[in-house]
Design a protein around this ligand. Structure first.
Ligand SMILES: NC(=O)C1=CN([C@@H]2O[C@H](COP(=O)(O)OP(=O)(O)OC[C@H]3O[C@@H](n4cnc5c(N)ncnc54)[C@H](OP(=O)(O)O)[C@@H]3O)[C@@H](O)[C@H]2O)C=CC1
Ligand SMILES: O=CC(=O)O
Length: 361
């Protein structure tokens, strides 16, 4: 396993690193170049890999001359839109597709190209990212009719950043590899704001060469990246992290409601929690709106429940007891059944309120 973190690097990029960064994103503005957005290791290992993406030219030097990698982005929801936007703002050549076409428009106005199917995006790009809702949509977009796989071929790369289970990821990987292309799973930890701020954490696994090749792009969208080995390990890491997060939010919800019931001010609870050993940015950012019973969506509740469901499946596959996550999952299911799927996952607190626990007959 290896991990690279933006802040671990010197803010002064080596000239080689800058040249490599430029080969992907030739128009990175100077103010971004001054920041450590392309934190290469001191020994860049990209020269040969860059050639692999250069489908219109066969030598790396012409690539460095400005024939930048063409990047596809499939899925422009809460996460995909800001991620693609950061690539565009960094000067990358980005082609977008989204099932609901209108969500492409803001990115097209920023300079993105548009293609009308995942197949066309993959066919016209060197590396294609996909950020989709769940295993079903990730499969449909990757290997369904007019899916990305049908536009892939040797020398191209497919990077799935959606949160799915390992079996889904392996299925997609197999179909992508069968075209001669490379596959990397790279689910992200971090929500809407980290996506906007380029502060995501990438949990990658699969083709190491592709990982190294797209590292400068991951560094535009994120603050750190882990390479975890074989396909399935990135998905598993993401599901374990989100299993913990879902349980934490359910427990926090119980605490907020209990504090209020016994006459305490839940805002003070949020403050106390924020100063102690269980402090988490999640509690301090979401606590105040939860107290107001408002749940502006950053991470949709339906996705958190999907992640708990997939994590429970993962746990079952290795006979690992996870009773706390199982209980939390039931709460998210209750919340979903009351129409809260598209609210932020902090709306799980509603499932603990008497009116939802004992709905009127
Ligand atoms: N939001 C967050 O905080 C985080 C989310 N994630 C994960 O990232 C992924 C995306 O999340 P997020 O952006 O929040 O989700 P959204 O619900 O905002 O976006 C989902 C995307 O998937 C597309 N989609 C859904 N079903 C299909 C389908 N059948 N065919 C084609 N496209 C489809 C949607 O297209 P359309 O616009 O047409 O509906 C949209 O582009 C999920 O796996 C989630 O678990 C990971 C980290 C944080
Ligand atoms: O998957 C959600 C997140 O915040 O990470």
């Amino acid at each position: 396993m290896s991990c690279l973190v933006k802040s671990n690097y010197s803010h002064q990029l080596s000239s080689t690193a800058m040249a490599m960064c430029s080969s992907f994103c030739p128009q990175i503005p100077n103010q971004l170049r001054a920041r450590p957005i392309c934190p290469f290791p001191t020994k860049p290992q990209f020269t040969l890999s860059v050639k692999a993406f250069s489908s219109e030219t066969s030598n790396a030097s012409s690539k460095a001359d400005g024939l930048s990698a063409r990047i596809g982005f499939l899925g422009l929801g809460i996460m995909g839109s800001p991620m693609a936007q950061n690539l565009i703002k960094a000067g990358c050549d980005v082609t977008v597709w989204n099932r609901t076409k209108i969500k492409c428009d803001p990115l097209i106005s920023l300079g993105a190209k548009y293609k009308s199917s995942p197949q066309e995006v993959a066919a016209s790009c060197d590396v294609t990212f996909a950020m989709l809702a769940n295993p079903e949509s990730a499969l449909e977009v990757a290997i369904g009719e007019h899916g990305a796989a049908s536009g892939m071929s040797s020398g191209k790369g497919y990077v799935d950043v959606s949160t799915v289970d390992g079996a889904t990821s392996k299925l997609i990987s197999g179909r992508i590899n069968a075209t001669g292309a490379s596959f990397l799973e790279a689910p992200v930890s971090g929500s809407k704001k980290p996506a906007e701020d380029g502060q995501l954490i990438f949990l990658t696994a699969g083709d190491k060469s592709l990982y190294e090749l797209v590292a400068p792009l991951l560094d535009i969208m994120g603050k750190s990246r882990f390479f975890l080995g074989d396909v399935g390990n990135g998905a598993a890491m993401k599901l374990v992290v989100n299993m913990i997060m879902g349980s934490m939010m359910a427990s926090f919800s119980e605490g907020l409601l209990l504090s209020e019931k016994v006459g305490l001010d839940p805002s003070v609870l949020v403050e106390v929690v924020s100063q102690g050993a269980i402090s988490s940015p999640m509690y301090s950012t979401k606590g105040p709106s939860m107290i107001q019973s408002t749940y502006p969506t950053a991470f949709p509740l339906k996705h958190q429940q999907k992640d708990l469901r997939l994590a429970l499946g993962l746990a079952e596959s290795v006979s690992q007891p996870t009773p706390i996550a199982a209980a939390a999952n039931e709460l998210y299911k209750v919340a979903k059944s009351h129409g809260l799927s598209d609210q932020d996952f902090s709306a799980v607190i509603e499932a603990l309120k008497a009116k939802l626990q004992n709905p009127p007959k």
